[in-house]
Design a protein around this ligand. Structure first.
Ligand code: ZN
Length: 284
């Protein structure tokens, strides 16, 4: 199973759909983080939802989904760019126990925020309360509130992969009945089918009697986007004395990317060269 998103449209109904399946990319996101299974499951589902949502954007930029709660899950973030490269992280409060929490218990009184940052233009942020039984319902609620487009989302995962299906009414939707009809078909899918069958077989199995037009199939990748340069930028925000102090004791400054856990080491000469370059650039 490769990591792809399939987009399709029911022209005569005015309804569009997307089906995403992720395996390698979500495994890369989870790698070495040792998340408890409940959190790893949720991260996979949020990643699939982020891909489904990013595909609906009509511009270059980045979409972030963020969950903040008062439970053991302090923060969960997935960021996805228009090239469908994503990364994600969860932060837990070690003082609090996860136990066998359900999604609802885990996210009680929490907030879901969706931020869209176009390369050109204004940043947009939408907020919804996390008060549903599963994450897919929270995203549906977001679409209902913010875009007022009827949307249904199904997310299924196991410890290896995640599958997400979305149906969305277009402004020219033929009728409510046509949407209900496609939802009825989608609901015949079992979790096992979603996680074992390839996307094209799933789509055929669901909609072969409908007039459905396949649009794009796009590849999805884990892409952290961190780099030596970005890390140097963040180091430069610390006071010089502090940097010197670390170099004196350790010989270098070591930084770890919190998303992909990549390690970066910088010697004094690297930091000085970066500082000189940045101050040079700011003069021009
Ligand atoms: Zn990274």
């Amino acid at each position: 199973m490769s990591d792809k998103i399939h987009r399709f449209i029911f022209d005569s109904f005015g309804i569009r759909g997307e089906l995403v399946q992720l395996e390698d990319s979500v495994q890369r996101m989870l790698q070495d983080h040792n998340y408890p299974p409940l959190i790893a499951d949720l991260l996979q589902q949020v990643a699939a939802a982020a891909i489904l949502m990013t595909t609906t954007l009509k511009f270059e930029g980045r979409l972030s989904i963020q969950l903040q709660t008062n439970s053991a899950l302090k923060l969960l973030v997935v960021q996805c760019n228009h090239k469908l490269g994503f990364r994600g992280i969860a932060r837990l409060d070690k003082e609090k126990s996860l136990g066998d929490s359900t999604f609802k218990e885990l996210t009680q009184n929490g907030k879901l925020s969706i931020t869209i940052e176009p390369k050109k233009g204004k940043r947009y942020q939408g907020l919804v309360a996390l008060e549903k039984n599963n994450f897919a319902q929270c995203i549906e609620e977001y679409f209902n509130q913010s875009e007022q487009l009827r949307t249904r989302i199904w997310l299924f995962n196991n410890d290896r992969r995640v599958t997400g299906l979305m149906l969305q009414a277009l402004p020219d939707m033929l009728s409510q009945d046509s949407f209900d009809h496609l939802v009825y078909l989608a609901q015949t899918l079992t979790e096992e089918e979603c996680l074992t069958m390839d996307a094209s077989i799933l789509l055929h199995r669901l909609f072969h009697e409908e007039k459905v037009r396949n649009l794009l199939v796009e590849e999805v990748k884990f892409n952290c986007g961190c780099s030596r340069k970005k890390m140097l930028n963040s180091i430069s925000l610390f006071p010089n004395e502090e940097i010197e102090e670390i170099i004196k004791t350790k010989g270098h400054v070591a930084v770890k990317c919190e998303f992909c856990l990549a390690q970066f080491k910088f010697k004094r000469v690297d930091i000085k060269a970066h500082q000189a370059m940045s101050s040079n650039q700011s003069l021009h």
